[in-house]
Ligand binder design. Structure first.
Ligand SMILES: [Mn+2]
Length: 507
């Protein structure tokens, strides 16, 4: 899952800027000047109103910039995977791994721990030394324990997907699922290995699976991809093998908390068109402590990065912290009726690697007659890694996947996604693959419009209706100069060397 709650702001801007080379790719010099005359025409308004609108526009632009900057920081502050030539001695002292952990380790053990951290994005050294059946604090709101559980609930298959995950982390995910799901409700566990090259995930994992299966034949199933398919198709591979009426699709770096399953199965039994997310807490990547997260809905910004949202007003009015929270989208791990998931079109398997599929599923479910909700009584702790193992350039995949969502589901609002990524709406140069099947699916399911979705399900999302153009403004006489917002304190625009980052993006 891509979502992080902490913005981790106020870290040295210099550090952020130096790590931002891929943001510079967003600069499309040359295109902007051609494009500027051709897009939206702003409707003429009476003067007074116009002034008001302009003031409002300014404020929105400032907020948008702050939002954008926050995003940029969020994406780039994450510790990058190590480059092979990096000097280990240097990384040794700098690494965030040792900020709150490991002071007592010998230098040799610190070196081993650091190497594992750089590989996995979390403290696998520590994970290997923690019990697989460790207990978690019960973070459910008061009232969850008094929930009436019906006699009969559907069984669930739990799918864990992974690529090059630490064995102890996978095993702890499995243990917590077995220990904290009532045995009569847990039909099976399915492990999807997305072509890991890590040796311990072959033999040692097999030994563990075989041992469990001698006691409970067929209880753990393993699917291995012969080439890396990415997390989206991995989830679908797991679903294909599942046989229980309900399927839970999870990352393999989670720990299920007590009583997580019953509230979910109750809601799906009542209405099979509900797609459910548990409430997430964080397992800190350095010391593996559990950090309680506030109750949230799950949404996204116009780049389609997922975001935790404050629950809607209607939820607060209930004054019942155990009530389901209506959610515009999903952050990635969810539980769904097995057959309904197929009827609604699984995940978009034309997406690559990572990101956007969770947003697409949320939008699709709502627009096509289902609903999405987060359950406060179902809690799962999840490791937010310091960096992802999938690929170094996640952003390019997320952008491509986001454009697929825009083209299939967002009608006239697709422009907002192109604007957010700062790319032209015609001839963007990005190959989004074939979307005809997804468009046919939308037609077949007779889904509602994106405007309906925004108004009804995601009113918090900002709409832009009076955009004339967007991009950077480049000086035609001296082409390395661009309009820039200038020093924060002075509020006067300046010409500055083009860098294409937020202070130069105009809307
Ligand atoms: Mn994850």
């Amino acid at each position: 899952m891509v979502c992080t709650r902490k913005t981790k702001t106020l870290v040295s801007t210099c550090v952020i800027l130096s790590g931002m080379t891929n943001i510079i790719c967003l600069l499309y010099v040359g295109w902007v000047t051609n494009y500027i005359a051709s897009v939206y025409v702003k409707v003429q308004e009476p003067m007074a109103e116009k002034k008001l609108e302009e003031d409002k526009g300014d404020t929105l632009r400032i907020i948008e910039r702050l939002d954008h900057l926050e995003n940029v920081i969020k994406q780039h502050i994450q510790e990058a995977p190590p480059k092979p030539e990096e000097n280990p001695a240097e990384a040794f002292t700098d690494s965030s791994l040792f900020a709150h952990w490991g002071q007592d380790l010998s230098p040799e053990n610190r070196r081993i721990a650091l190497k594992q951290f750089q590989y996995y994005g979390y403290n696998a050294y520590l994970s290997d030394r923690l019990p697989l059946d460790r207990s978690l604090p019960d973070l459910r709101p008061n009232g969850c324990k008094n929930l009436t559980i019906p006699d009969s609930l559907p069984e669930v298959s739990i799918v864990f997907i992974f690529v090059n995950e630490a064995l102890s982390v996978i095993l702890r995910s499995i243990h917590s699922a077995i220990d904290r799901t009532p045995p009569h409700l847990l039909k099976e566990i399915i492990l999807v290995d997305d072509n890991s090259n890590n040796e311990e995930l072959k033999e040692k994992l097999k030994e563990y699976v075989d041992e469990v299966n001698t006691r409970k034949p067929g209880f753990i199933k393993v699917v291995r991809h012969s080439k890396q398919e990415g997390l989206i198709r991995s989830r679908v591979s797991g679903w294909r093998v599942a046989t229980a009426p309900v399927v839970a699709l999870f990352d393999a770096h989670v720990e299920f908390n007590v009583g997580w399953a019953e509230p979910v199965l109750i809601r799906i039994k009542e209405n099979r068109k509900r797609v459910i997310s548990p409430s997430f807490d964080n397992i800190k990547y350095d010391n593996f402590e559990i950090e309680e997260y506030p109750l949230s809905a799950q949404g996204f910004d116009w780049e389609l990065w997922c975001r935790y949202l404050n629950p809607p007003k209607s939820w607060w009015k209930l004054e019942n912290s155990t009530a389901p929270i209506r959610s515009p989208a999903l952050i990635g791990c969810f539980i769904v009726d097995r057959q309904y998931f197929q009827e609604i079109g699984l995940l978009d398997e034309g997406m690559e690697v990572y990101g956007g599929e969770n947003v697409e599923l949320g939008i699709r479910v709502w627009q096509c007659g289902g609903s999405v909700e987060v359950l406060p009584c179902s809690r799962i702790a999840h490791i937010e890694r310091a960096h992802k193992p999938y690929t170094e350039d996640l952003t390019a995949h997320v952008r491509r996947n986001a454009l697929r969502v825009a083209e299939v589901w967002m009608d006239e609002f697709k422009s907002h996604v192109y604007m957010a990524w700062n790319i032209p709406q015609e001839d963007s140069g990005i190959d989004i693959g074939d979307i005809s099947e997804r468009k046919a699916l939308r037609k077949k399911l007779q889904c509602k419009t994106f405007r309906w979705y925004l108004v009804t399900v995601y009113p918090e999302m900002r709409m832009y209706s009076d955009i004339i153009a967007y991009g950077v403004l480049q000086n035609s006489l001296k082409s390395d100069l661009c309009l820039d917002q200038g020093p924060d304190t002075e509020n006067i625009p300046i010409m500055y060397i083009c860098h294409g980052m937020t202070p130069q993006l105009q809307l």
